[in-house]
Write a protein of this length. Structure first.
Length: 156
């Protein structure tokens, strides 16, 4: 008599030795067929947008505990744009920004804004100092552009 799928699932869940045997067999199969499996996965990734989206949403759920519905609500609340620069993403989907200390999700950011926050160590003081630096440099450039500089006299 053949086993049903339900019986196989039950044995896998309840019998640790059987489960380890199956996992070992799967590892061997993947090693032996690695090249072909990678080609199949690459082709599926390239050809199937729904597969890519499902993979991305699964990753977001695993890393940040954010369901697909919660991600879509955040995206809709931000009208599909970055929470900092207010621009739509160019190539990739918006990144989930989270506090590295509390691990809580903050908002969705574009690649550039997310990278910028990370490079400044999510430190508001450093970000304010960088903004002040840019303001000073811009003022100085404007003043320097309006005045004529005096030519230095040569002592020849």
């Amino acid at each position: 008599m053949a086993f049903t799928n339900e019986q196989h699932r039950k044995r896998y869940a309840e019998d640790p030795a059987h489960r380890e045997h199956k996992l070992a067999a799967n590892r061997v199969y993947r090693i032996e067929h690695r090249k072909r499996l990678n080609e199949l996965w690459r082709e599926r990734w390239r050809a199937n947008a729904a597969y890519r989206e499902r993979h991305a949403l699964t990753r977001i759920a695993r890393l940040y505990g954010l369901s697909a519905a919660q991600y879509r609500r955040l995206l809709a609340a931000q009208k599909g744009v970055c929470a900092i620069c207010k621009r739509p993403p160019r190539r990739r989907a918006l990144c989930v920004d989270h506090c590295p200390v509390t691990k809580r999700v903050r908002r969705l950011l574009c690649d550039n804004c997310n990278t910028g926050l990370g490079l400044f160590g999510d430190d508001p003081g450093r970000l304010r100092a960088a903004a002040a630096y840019l303001v000073r440099a811009r003022r100085k450039a404007r003043r320097g552009g309006r005045r004529r500089r005096r030519a230095r006299r040569s002592s020849a």
